[in-house]
Every structure is written in structure tokens, then in C-alpha cells.
Design a protein around this ligand. Structure first.
Ligand code: TYD
Ligand code: MG
Length: 452
């Protein structure tokens, strides 16, 4: 029998120690070192290396390396393809993180149901019947998808060997455990070991593996940070659980850009790809309401028109309330101070509430001008023309600053039928003869004169 051994791991960065200490030398975090039981097996009975030929790596000149076989697997989901950089790379490990209930299992099950390849969906969280029920809701025509409920990696590899799937999905990495390690599932050493085994399997057989990972309270993927270093791609599925929109972004991508973003809408029958998000995020109201302004923002490489709503009312209590949903509250306070100082608005005694509709949050500075416009509109109780939109940053001295890729924003606004877009005078725009009116402004006072 193997000798039982314990080691200490930092729960934050995964560094290993022989004995306990208060602070981790590597990441300088306190009280993160925890004892875990590990067991080194005497002899390796079955490992992934028995799966296929155990190749020995030899150096190759870079020109000799054949990439023709590295063509990506199409996932038949445009949003997912876009975020991955054009499809799944064979032999890659992709980690999908996100809050509980956001739709990670739904997304990957949906992708595996759509794929024409043989897919193996391994779940350690739900039973086969539960997954079948979910699959029935999403897409009843499933043929090439196999469901396995198993948590032991050695057994999973045995099934993989028998089935030879083209793609493997693991829901979730925290539920897996390997026989080579004694500690419980979800512990640092287990996550590390299981991921290492999966990487070995993926690289040796060129089978892509998609992993679902839980996230901790503060939004990081649970487990050691090295998990993110080990995998090729880290995707994050986010959104407000009370809203229907979900955003898929890449935090790390060895095979593509991390600027791309996928948008989904959660429906009764699974996730629907949203190929034209602007049309959904803007409410199509006939009457003109005060306090609403449309911003032309960019999410990743995609232009996105979003609606900003502000409500300005007289403060009931001494200290006025400021609250922002989907927008940085500090930035809101800064914009209010600029309005107070530069445009003479006495907002000090007013409550200001700001909301970005659709439950999405934006950190593009180009939204500033729309925020200011919506506040002014609500304060004056005059509605903005609903076919106006805004794209500029507001500086501390009330100047309207240029933003990047303005032409892309203007073209999107024009495509969606806006009649005018307010941009900074300092933006270099070479677009000629557009049907949309490009209103150039240089300071906040210019905007005020348009609205009031
Ligand atoms: P799930 O994929 O189980 O989340 P995760 O794996 O990230 O924890 O998604 C669960 C939520 O999705 C649940 O609250 C209900 C919702 N949902 C739908 O609205 N429609 C559907 O067709 C499915 C399958 C789920
Ligand atoms: Mg799940």
C-alpha cells in the first residue's frame, strides 16, 4: 500500500509547502495555507499514456511543423466560435467559469447537442436523467451526444478509450477526483492532478476538452490560479441572473483575441444566440420619455447600442442618494460634479439613479456623454429625441473627449436608423456623405444648449 503523505498548499496560488506557515511566500497572502492529504501510488496501474501511442517529443524546425491538421472544429454556434477565435482548436483545454445558475451547463450541453461529432458530456453534478430532461428542452434531436455520470478520472478515461469521442466536456472540474491523490474533490491538489491528466489526454489524442469551473465569491475561478495557467483558454460566462442576457468573454485565449464577446439570451428552451444585440437592448417605445439616452458603445470588437436611464428627483433626506446599476458609481459622482461645476446644475440636493437597461454593465468611457445627457434630460424633464445617440468621454473640465473607433460606432448607429450622433469635435472622422448627422461638440455647455 502506498505511503500516506500530507502536504500544505496555498489555496490562493497553489504553492506547495512541507509544513504550515502563516503567510504564503509566493503570493504573500495570509492564512491561505491548508493541509491536504496526498498519496503517491507505488505503481502506476493505468494512466492516460496507455490510451494511444506514447510519443516521444523531438525538436522540429518551426517551418517543418505541420499546422494543416490544426483546423478548428466548428461549434455551430456563432457566438461561441467568435469568442474562441473561430472554433475549438484540437487538443486544447478550455475552461468555462461563471456564477452558479448562470447557464454554464446549459451552454455546453447545448453546444454538444448541436455538434455533428461524437461528444462525451461527463457530469459529476447531475444524473443522466436530469441531463436528458434538460436536453429535451434545448434540442430534442440529439444523436451524437453521450452522457456519462462519473467523477473518477481513471474511470472517465476508460470510457473515453472505449467510446473515442471527438470532444469531451467535463461538468465540473471541481467534482472530479483522481485515485493518485487522496484528498477530497475540489481541493487544490485534486484539481491540479485532474487537470494535468486531462491536459495529457487532450494533447496526446488531439481531442479538445471543455471544462466547467465554479467561481468563488469574489468572482475568480475556484481552485488555484495555476489552473488558469494550465489551460489554453479561459472563458467567463456572466450576466445578471434576473435578466435574460448572458455575456461570454475570453479572459485568456492562446489561439485568439480576448476582445471578442458573445451574447446570449436565456429562454425556456435554452440559450439563444443574439446576433444583433443593439436591437434588443434598446426599447422600442413610441412615446418619448425623459431621462433616456442611447449610447454607442463597443463591447469587445462589436459596436453595441445601449440605453441609459436616469432618474433625478429632489432628495427627501439630507444626504442625496446616488446609485448606479451597470455603471461605475464613482464615475457617476465625477460626472455629477462636472455637471455641477461646468453647467451650473444644482444637483447637490437631488437623488440620482442611473440604470443601464438589459442588466449589462459597461466600462467603455464612451458612455459618459449618454449618462450626462440622460441626467440632464431627467433633471429638466424634457425628453431627448429618440433617434439621437451619443459616443464620447467627458473630462473633468467638462470637455468632450474623443473615443476610439468612432467610425464603427457611427456606422452602427446609422444602420439602426438613428438620425444624429453626438461625438467629440476632436475625433478624426473621415466618413463622408452619411445619412446620419454627425453632431460635433467640444464642451458640456454645447450639449446643454441642445437639450434645454
Ligand atoms: P445551469 O446551466 O444549470 O447553470 P450552471 O451550470 O451555470 O449552474 O442553468 C440554470 C439556469 O438556467 C436555471 O436557473 C434555469 C435556466 N434555464 C432556462 O431558463 N431555460 C432552459 O432551457 C434551461 C436549460 C435553463
Ligand atoms: Mg451546472
Amino acid at each position: 500500500m502506498a505511503k500516506v503523505k500530507t502536504t500544505f498548499f496555498c489555496q490562493n496560488c497553489g504553492t506547495q509547502y512541507a509544513k504550515w506557515q502563516g503567510q504564503c511566500n509566493a503570493c504573500k497572502e495570509w492564512n491561505t495555507i491548508v493541509e491536504e492529504l496526498i498519496q503517491k501510488p507505488d505503481k502506476k496501474d493505468w494512466k492516460t499514456s496507455t490510451l494511444k501511442t506514447n510519443k516521444v517529443s523531438i525538436p522540429l524546425q518551426i517551418n517543418e511543423i505541420d499546422t494543416s491538421k490544426e483546423s478548428r472544429l466548428d461549434t455551430f454556434d456563432n457566438e461561441f466560435n467568435r469568442v474562441l477565435g473561430g472554433g475549438i482548436v484540437p487538443g486544447s483545454l478550455t475552461l468555462l467559469g461563471g456564477e452558479p445558475g448562470i447557464g454554464k451547463s446549459t451552454l455546453l450541453l447545448q453546444v454538444s447537442l448541436k455538434l455533428p461529432y461524437k461528444t462525451l458530456y461527463v457530469s459529476g453534478e447531475e444524473s443522466q436523467k436530469q441531463i436528458k430532461m434538460r436536453a429535451e428542452r434545448i434540442n430534442p434531436e440529439h444523436s451524437n451526444c453521450y452522457i456519462l455520470t462519473e467523477t473518477k478520472t481513471q474511470n472517465i478515461f476508460k470510457q473515453i478509450e472505449a467510446l473515442e469521442p471527438d470532444i469531451v466536456i467535463i461538468d465540473s472540474i471541481q467534482t472530479l477526483h483522481s485515485d493518485y491523490i487522496e484528498s477530497s474533490s475540489g481541493s487544490i491538489s485534486q484539481i491540479k492532478e485532474c487537470t494535468t491528466e486531462l491536459i495529457k489526454f487532450a494533447k496526446e489524442t488531439a481531442t479538445p476538452v471543455l471544462l466547467i469551473g465554479h467561481i468563488t465569491k469574489d468572482g475568480n475561478i475556484a481552485g488555484p490560479k495555476i489552473l488558469e495557467h494550465m489551460v489554453d483558454t479561459v472563458l467567463q460566462f456572466e450576466g445578471d441572473r434576473n435578466h435574460v442576457f448572458r455575456i461570454l468573454r475570453a479572459h485568456k485565449n492562446r489561439f485568439g483575441s480576448t476582445n471578442e464577446l458573445g451574447i446570449y439570451e436565456m429562454q425556456g428552451s435554452g440559450l439563444r444566440e443574439v446576433s444583433n444585440p443593439s436591437e434588443i437592448l434598446i426599447s422600442k417605445k413610441d412615446e418619448e420619455l425623459s431621462g433616456n439616452a442611447i449610447a454607442a458603445t463597443l463591447e469587445g470588437m462589436r459596436p453595441l447600442m445601449i440605453e441609459v436611464q436616469a432618474l433625478v428627483s429632489t432628495a427627501v433626506y439630507g444626504t442625496p442618494q446616488r446609485s448606479a446599476t451597470g455603471f461605475n458609481a464613482k464615475r457617476l459622482n465625477m460626472l455629477l460634479a462636472v455637471l455641477e461645476k461646468r453647467a451650473g446644475f444644482r444637483l447637490g440636493a437631488k437623488d440620482v439613479f442611473l440604470n443601464i437597461t438589459g442588466g449589462i454593465s459597461v466600462d467603455d468611457p464612451a458612455i459618459d456623454l449618454a449618462v450626462v445627457a440622460s441626467i440632464l434630460s431627467s433633471n429638466e424633464d424634457v425628453s431627448l429625441q429618440k433617434d439621437f445617440c451619443f459616443a464620447a468621454e467627458v473630462g473633468l473640465s467638462g470637455e468632450i473627449r474623443p473615443v476610439q473607433r468612432i467610425e464603427q460606432r457611427i456606422l452602427e448607429a446609422e444602420k439602426l436608423g438613428f438620425s444624429a450622433i453626438f461625438v467629440s469635435k476632436y475625433n478624426k472622422i473621415s466618413l463622408k456623405n452619411r445619412t446620419i448627422k454627425i453632431q460635433l461638440i467640444s464642451k458640456i455647455e454645447d450639449l446643454v444648449s441642445f437639450i434645454v
